[in-house]
Design a protein around this ligand. Structure first.
Ligand code: CIR
Length: 257
């Protein structure tokens, strides 16, 4: 496989009935959300990825947030068992797509994991224990990855839905974080770029090979990322944000090997 693949999933007509944890429900314009999602996919193609978009159905309101359904490593992919029951039916199609690229491991009940709670930076993995990811989920991830030489740490998620709402990796040794929502000691070995204090939700950025995709809504944080030497590409994800999703959530990156 010579080109890296980005797996996305279509926006369901029922996205208006998505799961919400920290947000009040506000009307979502499905066509506008689809246009924003297309622009996101185009940004992935422009960055050199082969796009693989999976279908959805009205029974899967949150299907666009494909990141929660798997975590992809060079050696394998872990197919999750999402914390929200409404999302478990999303897994089979994602597993089927990933099976073409990686051996699969699957999180087994009663453990739950949302991919949004799993931060990967090189050989370091940090798993957030949250309303979606439980102790059993952390244990199964550790059992799957430690034999492969990964270091797996865990931390509590507070203030937001997923660990990656609070912190994402911009490089193997750099994270972007909202300092109020993370335990700094867990990220001791990383350089931490803090989001601007006026932009608490800006910590979710999508790291690609040569650039970082950020949300247009957070220009001050984008400037900080740029000043740290990263190439930044900003896209409008405002409609998806109403479904409590951000940028990493909308793709699974399968790196070429
Ligand atoms: C959910 O609550 O599951 C969706 N409405 C949003 C999921 C966003 N995913 C992510 O942050 N990884």
């Amino acid at each position: 496989m010579s080109q890296s693949v980005a797996i996305t999933r279509a926006i369901s007509s029922s996205i208006v009935a998505c799961e919400l944890t920290h947000l009040e429900r506000t009307p979502i314009d499905v066509e506008k959300a689809r246009a924003q999602h297309r622009a996101y996919e185009e940004a992935l193609i422009e960055a050199g990825y082969l796009l693989l978009r999976l279908d959805t159905s009205p029974q899967m309101p949150d299907s666009v947030f494909v990141e929660d359904i798997a975590v992809v490593f060079d050696e394998l992919a872990i197919v999750t068992r999402p914390g929200a029951e409404s999302r478990r039916q999303e897994a089979p199609a994602v597993a089927e797509a990933l099976a073409a690229y990686r051996p699969l491991q699957t999180i087994q009940a009663p453990a739950t994991v949302d991919g949004g709670d799993v931060l990967v930076a090189g050989r370091t993995v940090v798993v957030g224990r949250s309303s979606r990811t439980n102790e059993g989920g952390v244990r199964q991830i550790r059992q799957g990855l430690e034999p492969l030489g990964y270091t797996v740490a865990d931390t509590i998620v507070r203030g937001c839905l997923h660990l990656k709402s609070a912190v994402t990796a911009l490089a193997d040794d750099v994270v972007l974080a909202n300092p109020d929502w993370i335990d700094r000691s867990v990220f001791g070995r990383f350089k931490i770029i803090e989001v601007d204090s006026a932009e608490p939700n800006a910590a979710n950025a999508l790291r690609l090979d040569d650039r970082v995709i950020v949300a247009q809504a957070y220009p001050r944080t984008a400037e900080r990322i740029e000043q740290a030497g990263f190439k930044v590409c900003a896209i409008d994800a405002s409609e998806l944000a109403k479904a409590e999703g951000a940028l990493t959530c909308c793709s699974l990156i399968v790196a070429s090997r």
